[in-house]
Design a protein around this ligand. Structure first.
Ligand code: CO
Length: 456
């Protein structure tokens, strides 16, 4: 069998290129064609898609999922799930994690890709258990990064744990696009030799490497790669689906995707891309290669955040110093991968260290919590001298952070029974608080003129 492809245009594609603003109507525009392409899955849901629906688009993300499921008859729908953070930014109680998994599967998700920023397996367990319990396909993704501890052996050891946890497949998630072709070859080869799980690779074109990295990973035996339909590919997004399909012709890896359906879907989606270029949301800057992300080993989004933070402080000239401080903060913190929320935390600390002229003079609340063990275990030991400077003799927890959390779901359901009509609404509130409450209140206000509601 050839390489399988997961289509990411409707999740990571627009998330990476234009702040996840694709509407449900646009998501559905070419879905019937995409459904006939022959993908392993179409990724359609994740933290940012859910958040943007409620916050910016005044749309119900659950409704988007149900409508997509109606159209997609042949292809599995996939979502990205941040372990114990679900789709949000903090740890949630186990009952919310389980309920969210259950409702995602009920509303149309087939495959749940679960990851943790720190690769702390304990933060994955609850979501994995729930996915198996409710009959979903469970993929565990490992955050890829480079550091003295993030060796091939480190990922092989984690892969073995992932396999024994009961995952159906494993994904290497290179969110920053820093995986080099040669490293990909060695990593995938070692993973294939040490686990029976199908291996998937997810990366980004930001640094101009991704197509080469995919090809080497494919030669090393990777089973699945993530690609985006041409209008939403390249730049900070994934490699182009159509090109990869052609590139592998005449090789044993040929994905044999339906070219006519790909063309039909791409021509329907071209005007959507044109719209976001015209309204400025798709900045042509994100479409060009940014080799600095390889040099500094920071994700593209983090780099632009740092530039903005410094500009606001009138300290744009200190970018080089900050970029040199980022690896130092990462080392002090035990080499966390630079993915949400760690990328923001490490970046902010580096800016503070440079601008205040004294390291760790001022420390954000999140870094403080991290040093208490509240995000999980750091990949490598943190610098104990720096920890002591920041949290003194406070207790550092070594158990799973969510063990401290009491059940949340039933309480929220009672509290918001006036605006939350379904368990799905309660989950929206559990994850996005005020943003979801505002959306649900508006929905009720908008519905008022209709006197007769017909129950269907
Ligand atoms: Co991505």
């Amino acid at each position: 069998m050839g390489v399988q492809v997961v289509e990411t245009a409707l999740r990571d594609g627009h998330q990476s290129l234009f702040a996840t603003r694709m509407t449900t109507e646009e998501v559905l525009l070419a879905l019937a064609e995409l459904d006939k392409v022959g993908y392993r899955a179409i990724e359609i849901w994740g933290g940012a898609t859910f958040d943007a629906c409620l916050r910016f688009l005044d749309e119900d993300p659950w409704e988007r999922l149900r409508l997509a499921k109606k159209v997609c008859k042949h292809t599995k729908l996939q979502m990205l799930f941040r372990g114990q953070n679900i789709l949000g930014y903090r740890h949630y109680a186990d009952d919310v994690v389980e309920k969210f998994v259950q409702k995602s599967l009920e509303n149309g998700i087939d495959i749940i890709r679960i990851f943790d920023a720190l690769n702390d397996i304990r933060n994955l367990e609850c979501a994995v258990r729930a996915t198996k319990k409710y009959g979903g396909e469970c993929q565990i993704a490992l955050s890829y990064t480079t550091s003295p501890v993030h060796t091939v052996e480190y990922y092989v050891e984690l892969a073995k744990k992932v396999e024994s946890l009961g995952a159906d497949s494993l994904c290497i998630k290179d969110m920053a696009g820093v995986l080099l072709p040669g490293d990909a070859y060695r990593l995938i080869k070692a993973l294939k030799e040490n686990t029976k799980l199908p291996i998937e690779l997810h990366s980004h074109c930001t640094g101009g490497l991704c197509e080469m990295t995919y090809l080497k990973a494919i030669e090393a035996g990777v089973d699945i790669v993530d690609c985006a339909l041409s209008p939403f590919s390249g730049g900070t997004s994934q490699p182009c689906t159509e090109s990869l399909n052609f590139a592998l012709r005449g090789t044993p890896y040929d994905p044999k995707l339906n070219v006519d359906m790909l063309n039909a879907a791409a021509s329907k989606m071209q005007p959507v891309r044109a719209k976001y270029i015209a309204n400025g949301l798709l900045n042509p800057k994100v479409l060009s290669v940014n080799a600095n992300i390889i040099k500094y080993q920071v994700p593209g989004g983090m780099l632009s955040n740092l530039i903005n933070q410094l500009k606001q402080q009138g300290a744009s000239d200190r970018l080089d110093e900050v970029l040199q401080e980022v690896p130092n903060v990462r080392r002090d913190m035990g080499y966390p991968p630079l993915v949400t929320p760690l990328s923001q935390m490490v970046g902010t600390q580096a800016v503070l260290n440079v601008l205040l002229g004294e390291r760790y003079k001022n420390v954000p609340k999140e870094i403080n919590e991290y040093l208490h063990g509240r995000y999980g275990a750091a990949p490598a030991p943190v610098d104990e001298e720096i920890r002591h400077k920041i949290i003194g003799d406070d207790e550092v927890i070594t158990y799973r952070p969510a063990d401290d959390l009491k059940p949340e779901f039933e309480g929220l359901k009672k509290q918001y029974k006036k605006i939350a009509k379904t368990d799905e609404d309660v989950l929206s509130i559990a994850l996005f608080g005020d943003v979801a409450i505002k959306f649900l209140e508006k929905r009720i206000a908008d519905a008022k003129p209709t006197l007769i509601q017909v129950e269907a």
